[in-house]
Design a protein around this ligand. Sequence first.
Ligand code: BES
Ligand code: MN
Ligand code: ZN
Length: 487
Amino acid sequence: MDQPAPGALSAKSAATADSEVLVVLVGDDGVIADDRSVDAGTRGLLEAAYDAMIRTGPMKAPVTIPAPDGLAAELVVLSRVTGSADDEALRAACGAAFQHIGHARSAAVPLPEQSQRAVMEGALLGNYRYNRYLDAPRAEDRSGTDRIDFLTGRTPTKALRTMLAQAQATAAGVNLARDMVNAPPNKLYPSEMASLARATFKDSEVDVKVWGPKELRRGGYGGLTAVGQGSRRGPRLIRLRYAPKGATTSLAFVGKGITFDSGGLSLKGAKPMEWMKSDLGGAAAVMGAVMAIAARQLPVNVTGWLCAAENMPDGGAQRPSDVITIRGGRTVEVLNTDAEGRLVLADGLTRAAEDDPDLIVDVATLTGASMVALGSRVAGVMGQEETRDAVVHCATEAGESAWAMPLPDELRATLDSEVADIANIGGPNGGMLSAAVFLREFVPQQAWAHVDMAGPGWNSGSSHGYTPKGGTGWGVRTLLQVAIDNS
Ligand code: BES
Ligand code: MN
Ligand code: ZN
């Protein structure tokens, strides 16, 4: 969409790269770069500049300084790597440098000896901007870096070229998801999400199929239908199918795609409604992941299901105490129309399970309770123990924070209904868990994990590391890693 991934490999070094900006990562032991991308003399100059910078106190955020004499670049952005210089620390430090740059024509990043892909990812993720609705001068001021060169100081190896392609695939997927979450809800509604999916995968191996309101009604998709019926913009179920030749394992990713969550007749207050354009973060993660998986040509079948609806309170809206029928025949008493995510996911999970994949992962900005439990940067993962732990492992591996949470059986009783098979809200405690217990009812037998990403999907604080304000694209890298681990 908005952001092409502007990275390239260059045989130049920190001394010879004639970019506007040279980005330099500094850890406890000095400049982090291999000897070819930063020669000893240049390293000395940069470390002297850094030592001067911190004479009056530690460096808390990236700093721009004039380039020391002898370098071809005009400016140097110094960025501190905190703690152990592992992949995620380098990704964050490099991302922070690129978030710090307002606008630059070009920037160069000397590559380290290890973690090269993480550095590339950090740059491409930190360089994300959402400019679409700014006037031209403001957009220009905040357009990030037009071109990024990753410096190797020698002819780039094939391994590095592969890493760059992988980093670009990841960043393109994450940045697509960020664009979707940041899109205003009057611009990105369910039918637009379908158009976006069609446009995104037009010239790719990914097949896109869309169910509209009529087909959903006829197909018995009572959850999507009920949630969508209070809006003039009807619901859509969008299937993204990537099926490379020879793949034997099949994965299904199901995403909550509420393009705006007003709460419906159980209307939210003004404050909590403010960021509810972000309620499609799960669907955005699924779409971004499918894009990255297809770009990397991973040998695994992946079907993405985007459950898209707008939760609005017009005269046709569902009422608290309506009884609806989910695809497959189970009935739900809707006691609170603001617990809408689980209704659209119930349809999506049921449909995904009909293809009998080897693994189902659903991703959703499902409950405020998940933020009470885990704060705003950590997702909760529930499901069968083994599957749950595998997904947590994938998240950690990819640099996204997630934590395993239980599915206590006793919570099922809190969802009992007098008039239907199940109610859509449980008791006052453990709201993240009872939502997951609800979803479990709609997965017949497959390996399944549910990811509640209400916290990390949206950054309402200031930017940090490679994470901008607003849509974070959280989940893309976890799902991509699930596909990698299964291929
Ligand atoms: N989309 C919200 C959950 C949410 C809250 C996401 C805050 C991101 C930030 C979801 O549809 C919702 O409204 N959940 C209710 C459930 C309740 C009515 C059982 C909630 O968490 O309050
Ligand atoms: Mn809601
Ligand atoms: Zn919601």
